[in-house]
Write a protein that binds this ligand. Structure first.
Ligand code: 5GP
Ligand code: ZN
Length: 136
């Protein structure tokens, strides 16, 4: 299903032009218009799923499969030194477009980006409680 008001549905369908670096029947991979680094790309399913949690398992596998195809090519052809695969869910986590997308962010030595987090501190007791909370 598509969402008539969703910009990524329109881009994925080719109704809004984009710089497409890969396309198949289920996915389109486009260059981000506000790139973190040179070559920053987004894997978009052509179907509308709001986020990771709404994504069916088959589509999740498909997105990873597309990443496995395109990411090595980006690394090689852009001469990148590394790559972050980033996927945001919910406004608190930085999601601004409510259509699932997987970011492929090539990294270059001294590119000035800060995509990693500041490590916190936790005790073994707290880890045990958190583990139990997640497992339920
Ligand atoms: P989010 O913050 O939701 O994880 O990522 C949304 C991404 O989509 C941002 O990196 C933003 O630059 C990108 N973006 C938003 N609108 C457009 C657009 O119309 N075209 C393209 N190519 N990228 C977009
Ligand atoms: Zn959509």
């Amino acid at each position: 299903m598509r969402d008539a008001n969703c910009i990524f549905c329109k881009i994925a369908a080719g109704e809004i032009p984009s710089k497409t670096i890969y396309e198949d029947v289920d996915f389109r991979v486009i260059l981000d218009l506000g790139p973190a680094t040179k070559g920053h790309a987004l894997i978009l399913p052509k179907e509308h799923y709001e986020d990771f949690f709404a994504l069916p398992e088959e589509a999740a596998k498909g997105a990873v499969s597309v990443a496995k195809k395109i990411a090595p090519k980006m690394m090689a052809n852009l001469h990148a030194d590394g790559m972050n695969l980033v996927q945001n869910n919910g406004e608190t986590a930085g999601q601004t477009v409510k259509h699932f997308h997987l970011h492929l962010i090539p990294r270059y030595k001294d590119d000035g980006q800060h995509i990693l987090w500041n490590p916190g501190e936790v005790s073994q007791e707290e880890l045990e409680l958190i583990k139990d909370q997640i497992i339920g």
